[in-house]
Design a protein around this ligand. Structure first.
Ligand SMILES: *Cc1c(COP(=O)(O)O)cnc(C)c1O
Length: 396
């Protein structure tokens, strides 16, 4: 069956009334016939019919068995980390999402869980960094904001040999472009706040596994710690999933055009988009993902915060805001916004320089998006020498 048809078919029609839209079970509790005798639901922290439908739909979409829905992407990450014990070590991609960096380094370090960052774009670096304490490999692919792509299949093979779990934050690719469980990962995770929600109106996190043992452990932690997704917010994500495939494909088509335009501009120092041949992980991306997605980052020749601020306050269609994956185009300066919790030295050495700008290419017409970026770039000064350097060698 065609994937879009399968997605639409996976969302059930209400057996009680025939309602096409999933009912919102806005209830905290359920009447029991006798203590412990119920219809599968006893308290909404543990289980809720609307949330359950979302959990089943995302499990199918990721080709897994067990789905779980959380109040945010970070609540989902937090649940996965709680599989670990004091003394365990995590190996994580060096260009990790700022919020995950903060969680690992300022919350879990207190509990004796340590994290080691490696450039996972080379699987050998992962092999070398593994110690007997390593229990979890944390990948994001593509990463936020530098769009690094890691070979999920190779890294999962390495991890299996050492009995290490692999969790992939699949937020940027969405389940339409990449299914990490098919590539050997144990856990896949989403900030559904982004493409799955798709309309910048809800916070949510999703986790899927294809092992019942792992699924049960995570479900236990979810219920024990309580960061569950509310019924109405579950409903919003279900509704958005109906159009997910059409949206992300249009986002990606626009992004390819925008990236090709940016490639010609002398104001830009480095351009990061895995759909360009100049991207160092272009081949892995083509093998691993259906399409490269719709996040583009670039740094400016004059690599200062002031120059970045000049740019991000000049665009009109691209709105200055944190977050990504919504219908409207957004842009941000990670150094002063999403990644300010990462120490400057670490941030710069990993490539997130002061002028770096991240675009979330939305669903407006690509020509309008390009014209908006063009007028903002025209406001930046460039030297005559810069103008000569719009060739590919300059681009990462
Ligand atoms: C936004 C984001 C998160 C965190 O999700 P929230 O829903 O904001 O808690 C995690 N990972 C990635 C890659 C993200 O972009």
């Amino acid at each position: 069956m065609n994937e879009l048809t399968a997605i639409l078919e996976s969302i059930p029609i209400d057996p009680l009334t025939g309602a096409l839209a999933v009912p919102i079970y806005q209830t905290s509790t359920y009447r029991q016939e006798a203590p412990g005798v119920n219809k599968g639901f006893d308290y909404t922290r543990t289980n809720n019919p609307t949330r359950k439908i979302l959990e089943d739909v995302i499990a199918k979409l990721e080709n897994g068995k067990n789905g779980l829905a959380f109040a945010s992407g970070l609540a989902a990450i937090d649940c996965v980390v709680k599989l670990l014990e004091t003394g365990d070590e995590v190996l994580a991609v060096d260009d990790i999402y700022g919020g995950a960096y903060r969680l690992f380094t300022t919350v879990y370090n207190k509990f004796g869980i340590t994290i080691k960052f490696v450039d996972t774009t080379n699987p050998e670096n992962v092999s070398k960094a593994i110690t007997p304490k390593t229990k979890l490999i944390w990948l994001e692919s593509p990463t936020n904001p530098l769009l690094k792509i890691s070979d999920i299949q190779k890294i999962s093979e390495i991890a299996k040999k050492h009995n290490i779990l692999v969790c992939v934050d699949n937020t940027f690719a969405s389940p339409i472009f990449q299914k990490p469980l098919n590539l050997g990962a144990d856990i896949v995770l989403h900030s559904a706040t982004k493409y799955l929600g798709g309309h910048t109106d809800v916070l949510a996190g999703l986790v899927v596994t294809n092992s019942d043992e792992l699924g049960e452990k995570l479900k236990y932690i979810q219920n024990a710690t309580g960061g569950v997704l509310a019924p109405f917010d579950s409903w919003l994500i279900i509704r958005s999933i109906e159009t997910l495939k059409i949206r992300v494909e249009q986002h990606a088509a626009n992004a390819q055009k925008v990236a090709e335009f940016l490639q010609t501009r002398p104001e830009i120092k480095k351009l990061y988009y895995p759909g360009l041949k100049s991207h160092p992980n272009y081949d892995v991306c083509r093998r691993q993902q259906k399409l490269p997605g719709s996040i583009i980052s670039f740094s400016l020749k004059e690599d200062t915060e002031e120059n970045a601020v000049r740019f991000v306050t000049s665009t009109k269609i691209f709105k200055l805001a944190e977050s990504l994956g919504g219908a409207k185009s957004l842009l941000c300066n990670p150094a002063t916004m999403t990644h300010k919790s990462i120490p400057r030295e670490r941030r710069i050495s990993s490539g997130v320089t002061d002028s770096l700008i991240r675009l979330s290419v939305g669903l407006e017409d690509a020509e309008d998006q390009i014209n908006d970026l063009k007028q903002a770039l025209d406001k930046l000064s460039v030297t005559d020498a810069d103008k000569k350097h719009t060739n590919h060698e300059l681009y990462v």
